[in-house]
Design a binder for this molecule. Structure first.
Ligand SMILES: [Zn+2]
Length: 186
């Protein structure tokens, strides 16, 4: 079946990832939040740089390692300066860098991902084709995203899918959700 109109949406991460870890202060698993500050430790000509996380309950800190025993001369000056002044954009870039969390074996709290969806406010109708991109591959529940884009409740989105009013195709390789509207949403 062909479509009449096509619309594109994009999921964008807002804040830094949060981390779930065993907190030594709370003696249980808690959520750690980025302070958006760096800690730089110089030891001779070597440098350690961390992004500092903090327990949401007791403020116990956890340092997410960015550089370990890195030669000062190997870090570009402009980057080094940003660490020293706690450049917010820079801290956010690291806070959204999934590889950094993998390297540190830090567990990302996927239940609390902060994101927004860009695209037009549309009253969708039969024959519409919707593409939703997830370039950062955020693990967000698909029914949540669909409800958000279609501006309906999650239960309504599920119902519409069950009765064939909307057809949903999720393509994990391209990080894309496709929705075909086969009937009236309201
Ligand atoms: Zn704690």
């Amino acid at each position: 079946m062909g479509y009449l109109r096509k619309f594109e949406y994009k999921i964008i991460q807002k804040g830094s990832y949060k981390i779930i870890r065993n907190c030594a202060g709370c003696r249980c698993k808690t959520t750690y939040i980025s302070t958006e500050k760096f800690r730089v430790n110089a030891n001779g000509k070597y440098l350690d740089v961390w992004l500092i996380y903090q327990c949401g309950k007791c403020k116990h800190t956890y340092n997410l390692s960015i550089y370990e025993r890195m030669k000062v001369t190997d870090i570009p000056k402009v980057e080094y300066d940003k660490f020293l002044i706690n450049d917010l954009e820079f801290a956010l870039d690291y806070g959204k860098d999934r590889k950094l969390f993998q390297r540190n074996r830090a567990d990302i709290d996927w239940g609390s991902i902060d994101y927004y969806i860009v695209g037009d406010d549309i009253a969708f109708k039969r024959g519409d084709y919707i593409e939703i991109y997830n370039p950062q591959q955020l693990k967000i529940r698909i029914d949540k995203v669909i409800a958000n884009v279609l501006q309906i409740s999650r239960s309504k989105a599920k119902l519409l899918e069950r009765n064939g009013t909307i057809e949903i195709k999720s393509n994990h390789l391209e990080y894309k959700i496709e929705i075909l509207v086969n009937g009236e949403l309201i």
